[in-house]
Design a binder for this molecule. Structure first.
Ligand SMILES: [Cu+2]
Length: 348
């Protein structure tokens, strides 16, 4: 299908994102119209924009305030909800999630008509502890029908599937409707939630997803914890992504490297929600990590520097950085890396 707008995956891959960031904006144009970058060269940018692989638009960043969320803050932002103890002694944990339609900027100058949970993409990282009772009140303030489909153990009525439980208020949640999902926090591990209304690819790709962490009863060892949701954006709706990222904004962690301490334990909750591509991956430079697939065992299965995930696969990475310096992390699908899925750790 012919792209509707001036940006295409092919034109981006042939452009400055790969090889010529000094020509600010020029190679990112197609048919003479500016696609992503402003042709005005910007001021020298903080972070790593000077690296030759760099960024979509040197000197420019997205308007995080307008987006209403910031990928650097979102990285370590865990939503524990509200808790109270039931008469049985069990902890009840509750959240309120509202679906909104909202335009977001996924690369400098590239706007995307997203559908969001609580106004952000990815949605809030919901975090609970194994064995708790969880309640998620979902209000659909979008113009489209949606649901919240959680990965985990629960009854069919709580599955967020259109056609199941509609007569009891669940199933598909139409605009203006609400529903409260209730289920046990089980099993411990790293999970996710997403909308399950058809066409599914479109509802997920628009931004309706988030990470869902269930901590084991005994917890995990102290660490600098962060969430990385690997995603992408089909900005011209041709069922191929133009922008790839972790936590939505392409090259954000190149512009603002993730600061970590040398020899400090780091734990990454890595989730792949990417639509329209079969596989995604994570690779780190100059280091190795222990990998816990789905986080459902406390024993790692692999000590590696690269992991591959299909859609909805996820896993926990634990590592330490033994040396100071800047360490790249990126998809080891080179094409994704060159379209935004690249970042840096800054170790000191
Ligand atoms: Cu939806």
């Amino acid at each position: 299908m012919e792209p509707k707008k001036g940006i295409s995956r092919r034109s981006l891959l042939g452009g400055a994102a790969l090889a010529a960031p000094a020509v600010a904006g020029l190679a990112l144009t197609r048919g003479g119209e500016s696609a992503i970058a402003d042709p005005k060269p910007g001021p020298a940018h903080a972070g790593h924009a000077e690296f030759p692989h760099a960024t979509f638009a040197p000197g420019r960043s997205v308007d995080h305030d307008a987006n209403g969320f910031h990928p650097t803050e979102l990285l370590r932002d865990f939503d524990y909800g509200r808790t109270r103890r039931l008469a049985s002694g069990r902890v009840l944990r509750e959240w309120e999630i509202v679906a909104h339609d909202r335009e977001i900027e996924v690369a400098p100058g590239v706007k995307y008509e997203a559908w969001t949970y609580n106004g952000r993409v990815p949605g809030p990282t919901l975090r609970a502890r194994e064995g708790e009772l969880l309640r998620v009140r979902f209000l659909n303030a979008s113009e489209h029908p949606h649901t919240m489909h959680f990965h985990g153990l629960h009854s069919a009525l709580m599955d967020g599937m259109p056609g199941i439980g509609d007569n009891r208020g669940g199933g598909q949640i139409d605009p203006g409707e609400s529903f409260t999902y209730e289920f046990d926090a089980s099993p411990f591990g790293l999970h996710l939630y997403h909308c399950h209304v058809a066409p599914l690819a479109a509802h997920i790709a628009r931004g309706l997803y988030g990470a869902f962490i269930i901590d084991p009863k005994q917890g995990r060892p102290e660490a600098d914890e962060m969430v990385m949701v690997m995603n992408g954006f089909d900005t011209n709706f041709d069922r191929a992504n133009e922008v790839y990222a972790v936590n939505t904004v392409g090259f954000h962690y190149v512009d603002e490297p993730i600061r970590v301490g040398r020899e400090e334990p780091v734990r990454i909750y890595l989730v792949n929600v990417l639509e329209y591509d079969v596989l995604n991956s994570f690779h780190i430079h100059g280091n190795f990590f222990n990998y816990f697939p789905t986080g459902t065992s406390l024993q790692p299965t692999e000590f590696t520097d690269t992991v591959v995930q299909g859609q909805a696969q996820r896993g926990i990475l634990e590592l330490k950085f033994p040396y100071d310096g800047d360490y790249m992390f990126h998809a080891h699908v080179s094409e994704f890396a060159e379209l935004g899925w690249t970042g840096f750790f800054e170790v000191s």
